[in-house]
Structures are given as structure tokens and as C-alpha cells.
Ligand binder design. Sequence first.
Ligand SMILES: [Zn+2]
Length: 507
Amino acid sequence: MSRYSVEDIAEKPAEKESAKAAYRVLYDGQCEICQACVSWLKTLDRENRTVCVPISAEVLPTVDARLNLDDCLRQLHVVTPGGEIHVGWDAVACLARLFPSTWLIGALGQRFPFRNAGRLLYEFVATNRYSLSKCRGGACRVAKPEAVRRQARLGAFWSCYTLGFFIRLPLVLWAGIKAAGQRMSTFALTYHKRLDLLNGKLNILFLDGMLPNTVPLLFGELFTTVLYDGAAIDPGSPKMRRSLARHLRQVKPKIKKVVATHAHEEHVGNLNWLAELTGAPIFVSEMTARFLTPFKNLPWVRATIIGQPANLKQPYHLLGETIDTESGYLQVIPTPGHCDDHIALYDPKEKVLLAGDAFMGSYFATPNPDVDSQKWLLSLERLMELDIEILVEGHGHIHTLRGDIPDFRGVVIREDPKVAISQKLDYLRWLREQIEAGFQEGLPVRAVEASCFPWENRTSWESCATDECMRLLSLGHFSRTELVRSFVRRNDDQLPTVYEIRISGGE
Ligand SMILES: [Zn+2]
């Protein structure tokens, strides 16, 4: 569930424009080996001295008029800033000399006998790589798809996917370690902390608890309660109660309402407790109330780590279209997708969206079995109609460009909230396309899943270690496989579900 910056999700077309002064690397986007080498190149190239361009008939003339499609498909071409063209092994050596860690390989590679050996090796790989080329993940739309399909042997997809993984394995592990370091530092920065924003109108309380702390450390999701203009939103789970009580002693807020965005255990476990403590009434949606009375038994991993919430006690109120706050009101916006009962809260005056879990970063690849991505797409489209300046996620991230929100490393993300949502939409739409095409072709779920995470997408390998760790530790509840399933849910689906029933199937 870790998150990645926007640039990682898709290469920007603008990158090609800024390429004039860089080494332009023309590679075969259909070739798993070429793609893996590009992943390495991008990791080595911290100063953006190279720009990688997948070959297509349209793009070649824009790079250099001397380039020819067939030659480029046969071997690697590099165009230097000075206009020289290096080919094959010489192109590899030329690139290697650009970076300190590979400089020696490049320098030796241009001399006898390494140059001759390099050329032979390159020749061997270049002539055999087509038998490994893949036809999924969109790559074969680039150039000569028929030739690739004809030459790819049975099982080529899996062999090249596996090969792509192993060539990148050191990168996968390194990205995993780096992400773990970032999670640890964000956790340390937010431990026992709170953010007081908008002159005290908005407080983000970071919650913790001995076992719940494993979640931010392993997956990067922080636990929070949001106080907004007299309303306490999502007061955490019983195992985070002590940290919530500590915050309340410090802030001494006037809580007039206790609200939940949805019925997940880390959001609703203290509803009764906080209502009794403050005397404030509870507000939930009609569907959330149904999920909470009685609250179904959680799978044991989640019950142990987060804590099993109690059933919702009477009296409680059902949310209408708006809910009054101290100085105004919040719109209640149904946002199913993350789960069926989800609502988001929006302050049109301040242009603040309290999104709960309706937005969890632009890239999010390990949903739980409650997720229905088709519904999530519609919900995000609805949110795109709002004028949003500050987007507060339910797990501690804030997206805003506003200057009155101070910087906070690992929490405040300086980007336009609407841009973040539209990127999420683009990503979900692309996934839907991959998944629908995959099932139409009659591919097994595993192959569809792999084609949703082609290694040429940086996020696929960068988040691989975290995603798979998540799958393992949640016993398969949160996984990339669920992401695929989340697009093809039907009401009569017999899938493993967290609450034993989904509301649509269990009545
Ligand atoms: Zn949730």
C-alpha cells in the first residue's frame, strides 16, 4: 500500500521534448530484455542524462532522420547530444561510460579484446531475444505485433515475465529497502504528533498502538482521526484508544458530532467510546449502520493487529445530504468503491475534501476484497466535479498547493488534489482496459494480473516487494490479485470477503 510519486506512474510525453540535450536511447518496447535494461538505466541515471524512447515508426523521424525502423528493432541505437549514432554493443559501452558505477565497463568495453567479446555477446542476445518477446501489457501495439506473435513460442509470456523479474530483482529489493526506510522515517516523524491546520479548524491526530504500529511500518498507512470544525471523523480502533485519549487531553476540542466515513475496523472501533466520553451524537450512513449492527467477525490477522470493533450502540443518527458543523456545514457524498458504504465529506466554503479511504494515493495496487473498482471509478468522477484545494486522506496524507498548509515531510504532498484524482482515474481506466481485454482473450487470472503490472512500468517493480509482503502478511486478503478481481465483481460472486457478505450479495 505504499505510494509513489506521480512521475512513476506514467512517463510524461513532455520528457521527449526535453530530450534535445540528452543521450537518446532507442529501445524495443516489445523486448523484455531491452525493457529490463531500461529499468537499470533509469536507476543509474540520476541526473537525467538519458531519455529512453520506445521505437515506433512515428517517433523515429522526430529523433533523427537517419534512423531506420528495421535497424533499430535489430539492435540498440543511441543518439548522443552531439548527433553521433552508436549501435549495438558500442551503444551499451557509450551509456556505461556515463555513470561512475559502470564507467569502467564502458571504458574497457571499447578496447580489444573486451570490445570483440562484447559484440559477440550482444549479437547472441540480440538474435535470440525475440523468442522471449511478449504480447501482453500493451507493448506489442508499438511496432510489428504480427512478427512478435509469430516468433514468440508457447509460454513466451511467462518466460519473459519471469526473466524480466529476475533481471530486475536487485532493483526490486533495493526499492523495497528504500521504501521501508521512508516508511520508518514518516512513522517516526508522526509518532505522537498532530497537525493543527486552518487556524485550528482542522486537526489531524496521528494514532498509534503497539500492534497497529506494524501497519505504518510495513505498509506506510498511517492511522488518523480528523477533527473538523466540531466533528470528530473516524476515531480509530480500540487498540488506538489510548493515543486518541492522549490527543484529546492535549487539544481539548469541543466535539459536537462523531462521524464515520465507512465501516472498516480502523475507522469505527471507538465510535461508542468517543460518543460516551464527549456526549456527542454518532452520525453514520444507513449502510454503515447496517454493517456495524452486528459487526461481523474480522479475519484473525486483522482482529489481532487492528482490533475487533464492538457493535454500534443506539442511539445514533443517519447521515443526510449535509451535516452541520460549528461554522458551516459539510456535504455528505456517497463514494462507494473502497467499500460499498463509503462516504466523503466536503466543505464547499473552505474547498476541503475529507476523502476518508475514497482516495488512497494515485497508485494503489493492493486492495482488500471489499473493493469494487468500477464503482470507485464513478465515485472519483463525482469527486472531480468538486472544487478541491485541500484533500485529506483517511490514512494521513494531505494533497494541497495551498500556502497556509505548512510542509510536513511524508504527510503533506504538494500537488493539485484534482490532478492527483485525475491521475488515479487514468490509472484505474488503464487497468480496466487491461483486465477487460485479458478476460476477453480468455487469459487466466494470473496472466491478467501480470499484464496489469508489466515490468516496463516503474511502479510494478518498485512496489513489488511491498505489495508481495502485504499479500503474504494479510494471508492474501490484500493483494494485486484482488485488484484484478475488484474490476470483475458481480453480485453473485463467491469470493472470499472480509465481512462474510457483501451487502449486495448477502440479503
Ligand atoms: Zn477502509
